[in-house]
Design a protein around this ligand. Structure first.
Ligand code: ATP
Length: 211
């Protein structure tokens, strides 16, 4: 039984980066941390908010095309944009050039806010290494998964075909490169219960000063 509480972490300070390939289980890991009372800052949510700012919508219109802005709702058509950029690496780079610096800026502020606090916090960032956000983390957790399991889980979760899944995986850092950079590697081919136990162990190791 899990018996951690916020009190349990009171005297510990650590910013943990959390990354991994698409569908590796980052959000699932984040939810487990959240259930332990640990704060999680999710880059996908941060990027979503950034996409709704007027300045970013203007840049998308100007650099990628006005068809990506839904005129009725005045919001970014994320599905269309996703399909477009994963079929065109030049456009993916343009979009990343618009969004990533803003995401990094927000994490820099979070780092400054939490670096001296006695608290464990999680920076859940799919492209953490690609945008060099490890510089704002004490340790980085990488969630690793076998390609077959990865494709199967994404297929079950999302309504996208295997060809697009493969394109997204190919556009990301390779599994090997990412795993080498990990301070803590979590293998997530098994059950949710196994995953939970691995996270409990990480927290215990932090508490004992082993990490
Ligand atoms: P993305 O990169 O797309 O944001 P992610 O890395 O956050 O994905 P999750 O959404 O957490 O990945 O997991 C992908 C899918 O796999 C989800 O449907 C999740 O419920 C499922 N999943 C994750 N871990 C396990 C597990 N250990 N056992 C069974 N299903 C799992």
């Amino acid at each position: 039984m899990l018996e951690y509480s916020i009190f349990y972490f009171k005297e510990m300070a650590m910013i943990l980066g959390l990354t991994g390939g698409i569908g590796s289980g980052k959000s699932t890991v984040s939810k487990i941390f959240l259930s332990m009372g640990i704060k999680v800052f999710d880059a996908d949510l941060i990027a979503k908010d950034i996409l709704e700012t007027e300045q970013v919508k203007e840049e998308i219109k100007e650099k990628l095309g006005k068809e990506f802005i839904n005129l009725k709702s005045n919001s970014v058509d994320k599905e269309l944009l996703k399909k477009e950029v994963f079929n065109n690496s030049k456009k993916l780079n343009i979009l990343n050039g618009i969004v990533h610096p803003r995401v990094v800026d927000i994490y820099k502020k979070k780092y400054l806010e939490f670096k001296d606090k006695k608290e464990i916090v999680i920076f859940d960032v799919p492209l953490l290494f690609e945008v060099n956000l490890e510089r704002y983390c004490d340790k980085v957790i990488v969630v690793d998964i076998d390609l077959k399991v990865q494709i199967e889980r994404i297929k079950n979760r999302d309504n996208i075909d295997v060809a697009l899944i493969n394109k997204i995986i190919a556009a990301q850092m390779s599994r090997e490169e990412r795993n080498i950079k990990a301070d803590i590697l979590i293998e997530n081919n098994g059950s949710l219960e196994e995953l939970k136990q691995k996270i409990e162990k990480i927290i215990k190791d932090i508490e004992r000063g082993k990490i």
